[in-house]
Design a protein around this ligand. Structure first.
Ligand code: BGC
Length: 332
């Protein structure tokens, strides 16, 4: 039997539409792959999406807003069903979200919030708790015999998370500053979270405030590495308490060696698996439920927060290693 050409065309189109629903394509747009964590995020997210019968197209923008907007536009034109975005700049990315909205492609902000934009979900860790863990560690390790002299190195001012980490640190440190228990001798923001920028800030702190510094509250491990390099060059390695975040391999090694005091472990596999489930559900037209919302300036965004864990040399084995994040032998 010969089917009319129009019917064949219709059946082909219908089959394609059904197939794309069955095997959704998720577009993942990353700010960068420079820090170790984002490579792990990408790999775990991709593996989880594949397990759920969908596929992923990944783009990474090398910390460049123009490039990331272009990446997102190219994912849109390739017809992805859902976009998952880690924005370099939480404000600049709203332009790309507008294009996604026009193309009716749902958008999930991953780890970092996109501001003033019509996004569908925000999946992240409890970022204020990260800052509280850093501030809390500092507060628990103040010198007993003098007012603590503290340097504060914040993250990238373009990353909304950097502000949340500072907010968490402030929750703990502000009362101590007010009470005169600690003195902040220098503070600054490390542009683009670059270790070399953190190193410059640490050098400036030593030039300005001298070598007697007790604590350096740093917001992540990459920038902690930069600060520690500056301390080492001054012969201060291991003599100053330095905080971090991400449980990067190099940071965990530094903690065991004593040049960094703590990090905040964020089980990336939990966030990546959650994001994969939500992305595939949304692609299939389902509406995942969320317990919380977060204001991004335009709307209350349905949000989910994963737990974070404060890690120092005492609990490294029972957290990061027990969870399979790093192997004990890699940490030596
Ligand atoms: C992430 C941190 C990361 C930092 C630099 C933040 O938004 O939450 O885990 O260290 O960006 O990439």
């Amino acid at each position: 039997m010969k089917l009319p050409r129009l019917l064949v065309l219709f059946l082909t189109l219908a089959a394609t539409a059904l197939a794309s629903k069955d095997k959704p394509v998720i577009g993942l747009s990353l700010d960068t792959l420079k820090e170790e964590r984002w490579q792990r995020d990408r790999d775990t997210f991709t593996a989880e999406v594949l397990k759920l019968g969908a596929t992923v197209i990944v783009q990474s923008a090398n910390s460049d807003d123009t490039r990331q907007v272009r990446d997102v536009e190219s994912l849109i034109s390739r017809g992805v069903d859902v976009l998952v975005i880690v924005p370099h700049n939480g404000s600049a990315m709203s332009r790309a979200v507008k294009s996604a909205n026009e193309a009716k492609i749902p958008v999930i902000a991953y780890d970092r919030l996109i501001l003033n934009a019509n996004i569908d979900y925000y999946l992240t860790f409890d970022n204020v708790k990260v800052g509280e863990a850093q501030g809390g560690y500092a507060a628990a390790h103040l010198p007993k015999d003098h007012k603590a002299r503290v340097v504060r190195i914040y993250g990238a001012p373009t990353d909304n998370n950097a502000k949340l980490f500072k907010e968490g640190q402030d929750n703990i440190l502000a009362p101590l500053i007010k009470a005169g228990t600690i003195e902040v001798v220098h503070e600054d923001w490390a542009l683009d979270w670059k270790p070399e920028n953190a190193k410059k800030i640490m050098n400036a702190a030593i030039t300005k405030a001298g070598r007697n510094i007790d604590l350096v509250v740093v917001s992540n491990d990459g920038t902690a590495g930069g600060a520690i390099q500056a301390l080492m060059e001054e012969g201060l390695g291991g003599k100053v308490i330095v905080t971090g975040q991400d449980a990067d391999l190099a940071a965990c090694q530094r903690i065991l060696r004593g040049t960094q005091a703590m990090t905040v472990y964020k089980p990336l596999k939990d966030l990546a698996a959650l994001a994969a489930r939500v992305a595939v559900d949304v692609a299939k037209g389902r509406k995942p439920t969320t317990a919380a919302t977060l204001d991004n300036g335009l709307k209350q965004v349905p949000s989910l927060f994963e737990r974070v864990i404060s890690v120092d040399k005492e609990n490294m084995m029972s957290t990061v290693v027990a969870d399979g994040f790093h192997k004990a032998e890699e940490l030596k």
